[in-house]
Design a protein around this ligand. Structure first.
Ligand code: NDP
Length: 329
């Protein structure tokens, strides 16, 4: 009898009704790949919430183990870069969407998708960062490439009390930026000040009617909300500024005008973590090791067990999760 391991499986019936259950799988159930990993930690991202609840078409193959990121130890490898015992991290590449994912004690993936666990980080720490934190780092790097330095002025972060937002606030403040944190949860103000926000504003300030150009309030921004919020952030961005767009927690539309682009030279920078090239990933993880305060990372994350994944997935799509949720396997 081969060794079995715990997994969460999303299935669909003939009427396309989705169900989710905890099951036992064996390695024979895993998909193709040249590296098998013992998953030690994973996390619940917004996208995982959408996948588990079926609220958006994240899963595109059934049945499927969800979970878009993990950290763990290589059990076996036919890939030249990896050997048994190596500590690795995976984000994206369709894992948890079209390829069996992280919500299982074992994963089999392509070795090309893996990056080494950063020096000095545990599997738990890496998943406290998770795809949300790695995306926040990609967004900060995009602003830097655009020349948005602390001396240029404040930087706004929307959805600040969420996963991407909390890590973005922490990194930007450590780098010396004046961070304006926008949140819908006034109860989280002291949490955001603790992470390094210089100002906390209500998300309502970014939900009003969108003017083509509004008063210039910041040199740049990181937006996880999309829709009217992103449109307002753009219209309030100062001449020559830039906004990194990485999320859609408030909607996928963008009811904006071109005025900020053509009259203020504002740039909209798109951030994708899923298919980001390996070089960029390596750079982002290296920077996370340097520019994210480990004490703040611990403040913004909490641990749950495997049995808590489904509830956390439901909570995150309802905007009830603060910071990051780490699943210790
Ligand atoms: P979280 O749920 O942890 O955070 C999202 C935050 O957005 C919430 O905490 C809340 O913050 C705010 N928010 C939620 N709903 C609304 C709403 N209706 N209107 C305004 N604000 C709202 O999710 P993550 O941080 O993990 O992910 C954020 C977004 O980024 C998601 O859309 C996700 O899909 C996307 N993402 C994209 C990636 C990429 O590769 N581009 C990678 C990772 C995530 P508050 O309470 O502070 O207002």
């Amino acid at each position: 009898m081969p060794d079995s391991f715990k997994a969460i499986l999303i299935s669909r019936d003939e009427n396309k009704k989705q169900s989710v259950e905890m099951v036992d799988l064996t390695e024979a159930d895993l998909m193709e790949g040249d590296v098998t990993v013992a998953v030690e930690a994973t996390t619940v991202n917004y996208k995982d919430g959408l996948a588990v609840t079926g609220k958006a078409p994240v899963v595109r193959r059934w049945p499927l183990v969800p979970g878009i990121d993990f950290a763990g130890t290589v059990l076996s490898s036919d890939h030249p870069d990896w050997r048994k015992g190596d500590k690795v991290v995976l984000n994206g590449w369709g894992v948890g969407e079209t390829h069996h994912g992280a919500f299982a004690e074992r994963a089999r993936v392509k070795g090309d998708w893996l990056v080494p666990l950063p020096e000095g980080m545990s599997a738990h720490d890496a998943m406290a960062v998770g795809t949300a934190g790695y995306t926040a780092m990609l967004a900060v790097m995009a602003l830097e490439r655009h020349g948005i330095e602390p001396a240029r002025g404040p930087v706004v972060v929307t959805g600040a009390a969420g996963g991407v937002g909390s890590v973005a606030v922490s990194i930007l403040s450590k780098l010396g930026y004046h961070v304006v944190a926008s949140t819908g949860r006034s109860t989280e103000s002291s949490y955001l000040f603790d992470l390094g926000a210089a100002e906390v504003i209500s998300r309502d300030e970014l939900l009003g009617p969108v003017k083509p150009l509004a008063k210039e309030r910041w040199a740049g921004g990181i937006d996880v909300v999309g829709s009217v919020t992103l449109a307002n952030v753009l219209s309030m961005t100062a001449y020559g500024g830039a906004v990194a767009a990485c999320g859609l927690a408030g909607g996928m539309d963008l009811p904006a005008t071109v005025a900020p682009f053509i009259l203020r030279g504002v740039s909209l920078l798109g951030i994708d973590s899923v298919m980001a090239p390996k070089e960029l990933r390596l750079e982002a993880w290296r920077r996370l090791g340097e520019d994210l305060d480990i004490e703040k990372l611990r403040k913004l994350s909490r641990a749950i067990g495997f049995d808590g994944i489904i509830d956390a997935a439901r909570d995150i799509v309802e905007g009830k999760i603060r910071g990051r949720v780490v699943v210790d396997m």
